[in-house]
Design a binder for this molecule. Structure first.
Ligand code: PLP
Length: 373
């Protein structure tokens, strides 16, 4: 099997797995208890918080462990909009992940206006566009750092400055970015940032939300005093330790991994061009390493996915979070892709375990599936 759907999820690294096992088997104590058996998990949580904070240039007290990207996004959006009662508005982009878009629909149902801002043909939310929509009654702006279907990286620092100049808070969904490209919350200037461990070779069902000190945010869960009283519930110690290990490893190897991933992308594109396949690459020049959104006009992305699946290759047609819905994704619609082109779109997202041999096999499979008999 060749797995090239790393934007959907990644393989757990052996180092993360090894770091997790003691907390599942022997060190099962509840970190909130006062006895000495709880000391080790408590220390592990604190060390994980520091490791994660260091990887994004935050303070450990600004890291809140969650169950993943969806929870972090929902918490940031709803927790900010409901933090104090007024009817100020929210702005987001038309290409956000459903974790943000559907959270926004939720706050709209509660009476807060939300606008979904248009993007360019490469998926970029231009600062000039944000300027046109920002008003003094904008309470929150939420724009993703890197897009999961296109790989497009947004000009977050510029957008943050504009939002702050009008008194709005800024959240970024960095689920596809953290562990893959440098993410520095101080340089970006964001108030909140979401991340998810399973996108950077950590375990599933765990993530974090960075919340800059002093940001007005409602607690996610009422309950115990865990997560500084903001998210009650016994901590997933093994998952959190695995996440920290995976993030530190990917952070240390980031340059090496991205060079490797970019080389794999270039190789695949060259092979397709060499074989005379006509296609277009979607997204911006500033893109996530190893993520290719490719459209084969007149083709069917869904049929390609199934043909490649039969050859043992896992790719995606668009967003894996939407596998039941075969309609053209909201992201491809937002970049105004013609229906004929959008329908023929696939996403290949390489990961650190992929090899040039994988690329050769994928290229032959694509050529076989696409060349007329
Ligand atoms: N945000 C983005 C950009 C994503 O790509 C995903 C997952 O695909 C999520 C949020 C949701 O993350 P999780 O699967 O951890 O809930």
């Amino acid at each position: 099997m060749i797995y090239v759907d790393n934007a959907a999820t990644t393989k757990l690294s052996k180092a993360a797995f090894d770091a997790m096992t003691p907390w599942l088997l022997d060190e099962y104590g509840n970190a909130s208890q006062p006895y000495s058996f709880a000391r080790a998990p408590k220390k592990a949580l604190s060390e994980a918080r520091t490791t994660i904070a260091n990887c994004i240039n935050a303070h450990p007290d600004e890291i809140f462990f969650t169950s993943g990207g969806t929870e972090s996004d929902n918490w940031a959006v709803k927790g900010t909009m409901l933090a104090y009662s007024d009817t100020r508005a929210m702005l987001t982009s038309a290409v956000e992940h459903h974790a943000v878009i559907h959270a926004c629909r939720g706050v709209e149902r509660m009476g807060y206006p939300v606008a979904y801002l248009p993007v360019t043909a490469t998926g970029v939310l231009l600062p000039d566009t944000l300027v046109r929509y920002l008003t003094d009654s904008t309470k929150l702006v939420s724009v993703m750092l890197a897009n999961n279907e296109l790989g497009t990286i947004q000009p977050i620092a510029e957008l943050v400055d504009l939002a702050h100049s009008r008194g709005a808070l800024f959240h970024t969904d960095a689920v596809q970015a953290v562990g893959h490209i440098p993410v520095d919350v101080t340089q970006l200037g964001v108030d909140m940032l979401s991340a998810s461990a399973h996108k950077f070779n950590g375990p599933k069902g765990v993530g974090f939300l960075y919340v800059k000190a002093g940001t007005p945010l409602q607690p996610f869960n009422d309950g115990g005093a865990q997560e500084f009283g903001m998210r009650g519930g016994t901590e997933n110690v093994a998952g959190i330790v695995g996440m920290a290990q995976a993030l530190r490893d990917n952070w240390e190897m980031m340059d090496i991994h991205s060079t490797h991933l970019n080389a794999l992308s270039s190789q695949l594109l060259e092979r397709l061009v060499g074989a005379g396949i006509s296609f277009q690459r979607n997204g911006d020049d500033k893109t996530l390493p190893g993520l290719l959104s490719l459209s084969f006009p007149g083709g069917s992305g869904e049929a390609l996915l199934h043909r490649l699946d039969l050859m043992g290759i896992c790719i995606s047609t668009g967003s894996a979070c939407d596998s039941k819905n075969t309609a053209i994704s909201h992201v491809l619609k937002a970049i105004d892709l013609e229906e004929n082109t959008a329908k023929g779109t696939i996403r290949i997202s390489f990961g650190r375990y992929n090899t040039p041999e994988d690329v050769a096999t994928i290229a032959s499979a694509l050529v076989k599936a696409l060349k007329p008999m």
